[in-house]
Design a protein around this ligand. Structure first.
Ligand code: ZN
Length: 283
């Protein structure tokens, strides 16, 4: 599995490097203002949980994440500026990289950073409904601080000794027919091999639930059918001492995916699938 993942990751890296603004190239974080997720003054309305979308799952799992702590990292930030984003920070593997990129957007103007936060808030609701304690690395889409640079995105999960860190993104691949979700893990985590193996197991469980529970298919351009990618260039994952997976929930450059991602009903569907995947991994 590890070998196949690493080879899949190589192709993913090549694809990502060919894209200028999207991908998971530089998520950001903000543990300093971490707050329970449901509150918070954000300009983006949280996707409401539609109990009718999966009533049996919601009813059956009211406490299956009780006692668990989940950190969700909504990638990037609407507070991005060139000066802030281009400052060099450690990349977790001995080099440096920009603090954070601006992220991508759909052709219709729906930004990745806005999606990431809305999806994170929907996921927080779904996890809290299962009894989990949830924290977000950022709770607004208008500020930027050192804490949101990629070298600090894992700090909150590390400090809380979270059971799981989920970093949410959407891709910006320019191939028009390229669509679907993929999952990224790191072979260079501060947590070492044991945490890397757990992260891969988490990724597989998330993939299973996303595939069965949402309208978004597996990526047709990353992972050679596995939708799994291994990348060592992502500070968010490299600095994690806890099991961590970065999600690219769809390709914002693809017309079909770009219609799904702005939809609150899709985000609710995805949130329930991700919560189920986390519960399966921790079960
Ligand atoms: Zn991103």
């Amino acid at each position: 599995m590890r070998d196949s993942l690493r080879s899949a990751g190589l192709s993913g890296l090549l694809v990502c490097l060919s894209v200028t603004s999207g991908c998971a190239a530089a998520p950001a974080v903000e543990q300093a203002t971490a707050v329970p997720t449901n509150s918070v003054g954000t300009t983006i309305p949280p996707a409401s949980v539609d109990a009718s979308a999966s009533p049996s799952a919601a009813a059956a799992s009211a406490t299956d994440l009780s006692g668990r702590t989940i950190v969700i990292d909504p990638g990037h930030t609407g507070g991005w500026t060139s000066k802030w984003g281009t400052q060099k920070v450690p990349n977790g593997i001995g080099g440096t990289k920009p603090c954070n990129s601006s992220g991508t957007a759909t052709n219709g103007g729906y930004s990745e950073h806005a999606y990431n936060l809305a999806q994170a808030q929907a996921l927080a609701e779904a996890l809290e409904a299962r009894g989990a304690t949830v924290r977000l690395t950022r709770t607004d889409d208008s500020t930027a601080s050192a804490d949101l640079c990629v070298n600090h995105r894992a700090d909150l999960a590390n400090e809380l000794q979270a059971d799981v860190l989920i970093s949410i993104h959407a891709d910006g691949n320019t191939g028009k027919s390229n669509r679907g979700f993929h999952l990224i893990v790191s072979p260079s985590m501060k947590g070492g091999t044991a945490v890397e193996d757990k992260s891969e197991a988490l990724a597989v469980d998330l993939r299973t639930k996303l595939e069965s529970g949402t309208a978004m298919p597996r990526s047709n351009y990353i992972g050679k059918g596995t939708a799994l990618s291994v990348r060592s260039d992502l500070g968010t994952l490299n600095f994690a001492k806890r099991p961590a997976v970065m999600l690219e929930m769809g390709n914002m450059m693809n017309v079909t995916d770009a219609a799904l991602l702005p939809s609150a009903s899709f985000r609710t569907q995805a949130a329930q699938a991700l919560a189920a995947g986390i519960a399966q991994y921790l079960g």
